[in-house]
Design a protein around this ligand. Structure first.
Ligand code: SAM
Length: 283
């Protein structure tokens, strides 16, 4: 691995807006349960075969990786690529001996489209594209790195569309929903300030088609609100507390107040606060 790649990796891990600790992995585990149905749907659409060589972009601690590995056989390989060595270590610890397929990890900035893409039958990523600035450029370049026929699919969270219903309900009298609306505003604002792509999922199918991918299939679903969703939101505030203050998005006492309001909600009586886009295609 050349020096240029190493420094790019460090920078991508350093720039990552969310946490990389064991606590952050717990939040991603919760996220995996929210994305369970859409994840299995995407893997069905990609028609994984036991011998496939699958490259997973931004695998993190391995929630989607586990689902992929369950579908691969002894000849299959999953390469998990992520900028965070800490999250990759957690993925190796929990999945390294799962078998029968081989699981390997690569520490890299995915936007560098490195040699780890060579020979891919499938390229997949969940909740990672929105962390890459102007990710449409990477999506276009990615197609030139793949063999024609490579199956490509992504899942991206939607923190935007559900805000419309939350705002309607809140303005119609359900004022207790304000902390869900504030959380949605804050996560979008944080990503926008960081020049990330928080709403890439909504136009992903169009982007894939524009780059020449074929057989583009897309769908959207809501994620059910429950106790785990509230826990996820509380952990998000903990992970980015310092950044929210430094960027003047929320002051410390307001973060505490929002967390208190979230804790006071009845988790089973809430509308969806986020959704998920999926897109499957062929390079
Ligand atoms: C929200 S997490 C999702 C993790 C995993 N895909 C999942 O669904 O549980 C985003 C992941 O993308 C990784 N990531 C963000 N930007 C990256 C980049 N430029 N290159 C490589 N990995 C990146 C982060 O380290 C993190 O593990």
């Amino acid at each position: 691995m050349g020096n240029a790649r190493v420094s790019a990796n460090k920078s991508a891990a350093h720039d990552y807006v969310l946490g990389q600790s064991v606590g952050a992995a717990r939040r991603l585990e919760i996220q995996d349960s929210h994305f369970a149905d859409v994840s299995e749907k995407l893997l069905d659409e990609l028609a994984l075969r036991p011998h496939d060589r699958v490259i997973e972009l931004g695998c993190g601690p391995g929630g989607l990786s586990r689902r992929i590995l369950r579908r691969l056989g002894a000849g299959g390989v999953l390469i998990g690529v992520d900028a965070s060595e800490c999250l990759l270590a957690q993925a190796r610890n929990s999945l390294g001996k799962l078998g029968p397929a081989r699981f390997e990890t690569v520490a890299s900035d995915i936007s560098m489209l490195g040699e780890w893409l060579d020979g891919a039958d499938v390229v997949v990523g969940r909740a990672v594209l929105h962390h890459v600035p102007m990710v449409e450029i990477m999506i276009g370049r990615l197609r030139t790195r793949l063999r024609p026929g490579t199956r490509v699919g992504f899942i991206e969270p939607d923190f935007r569309a559900p805000l419309a219903r939350l705002a309607f309900l809140e303005a119609s009298g359900r004022t207790e929903l304000a902390p869900l609306r504030v959380w949605g505003e804050v996560i979008n604002q944080l990503y926008l300030v960081k020049r990330l792509s928080p709403d890439v999922g909504a136009s992903l199918a169009r982007s894939l088609e524009a780059a020449g991918y074929s057989c583009v299939r897309a769908g959207w679903s809501e994620c059910r609100s429950n106790e785990l969703m509230i826990e996820n939101m509380l952990m998000f505030y903990d992970e980015v507390r310092d950044q929210l203050q430094a960027l003047n998005l929320l002051k410390a006492d307001e973060i505490d107040r929002q967390q208190g309001l979230l804790r006071g909600l009845d988790p089973e009586a809430l509308p969806a606060a986020w959704g998920a886009h999926y897109c499957a295609s062929v390079a």
